[in-house]
Ligand binder design. Structure first.
Ligand code: RET
Length: 250
């Protein structure tokens, strides 16, 4: 008998709550954008766009568009039933990947501009990031376990490229800026790398091996998304506003 893994009340309610949080944050970020001179607005606009895309994607998931089903046959090697095969149908929230394919490059752009990275490095970080999300999407919809983890491995390699750009190149080049910007970059890039590293772990136990319920998956991503977008955004913009003219883009 196949197993069906679907969201329940907890998951659905969580999706609505995050939708509202993303919506309110977006309005706040646009309001903050209007209060700074237009030359300082790029970070504000970028950050507002990030939560705008998240608002749309959480709405899509909450009304149950942006959700598909994926069937996979998992081989169990249990004590009493050696080598039994179990078909698992699980809801896959593909709207997340649409969201991430746009918002993670924008988040990286925020960080790259803060550090003052050059065009080539920014492009490498962003392209690697898009490859990470797309291969993650293919991983989510494969029907066999082998290829699934193959795609996952590719996504992880792409992620390492992103980490390298931020942690090595970003950290190096930000030293050319003032001390306040350098310290702030280390803090917010460190926060980002810790958060981002949790995503593939959740994916591995939820979508990947399917040991975690859809509800728990939704709650875990909800917490991470709130930290990675609104909390990240408020931190970036308040700090940037307080650094009088130092950490502007150009
Ligand atoms: C996947 C699965 C495949 C392996 C890796 C992944 C990484 C995902 C990341 C997502 C970050 C999302 C953010 C969202 C903001 O709200 C695709 C889960 C490495 C890093 C920051």
């Amino acid at each position: 008998t196949p197993i069906y893994q679907e969201a329940g009340d907890v998951g659905n309610r969580t999706l609505w709550v995050v939708f509202v949080i993303m919506l309110i944050s977006s309005i706040a970020f646009y309001a903050m954008a209007f209060r700074v001179p237009v030359q300082k607005r790029l970070f504000h606009i970028l950050t507002a766009f990030i939560t705008t895309f998240a608002t749309i994607s959480y709405f899509a998931m909450a009304v149950h568009d942006g959700v598909g089903k994926n069937e996979i046959t998992i081989k169990h090697t249990q004590k009493h039933f050696p080598d039994t095969f179990q078909t698992v149908y699980r809801e896959v929230y593909w709207a997340r990947y649409i969201d991430w394919s746009v918002t993670t490059p924008l988040l990286l752009l925020d960080l790259c501009l803060l550090a003052g990275l050059g065009g080539a490095n920014i492009l490498v970080a962003i392209v690697a990031d898009v490859i990470m999300i797309l291969t993650g999407l293919f991983a989510a919809f494969t029907v066999e376990e082998g290829p699934k983890w193959g795609w996952y491995a590719m996504a992880c390699i792409a992620y390492l490229v992103v980490v390298y750009q931020l942690a090595f190149n970003g950290r190096g080049v930000v030293q050319n800026k003032d001390k306040k910007t350098a310290t702030f970059f280390s803090a917010i890039a460190g926060f980002t790398l810790v958060l981002w590293t949790i995503y593939p772990i959740i994916w591995g136990v939820a979508d990947g091996s399917r040991n975690v319920s859809v509800d728990s998956e939704i709650v875990a991503y909800a917490v991470l998304d709130i930290l990675a977008k609104p909390v990240f955004g408020f931190w970036l913009l308040f700090t940037h506003d307080s650094m009088s003219g130092t950490a502007t883009l150009e």
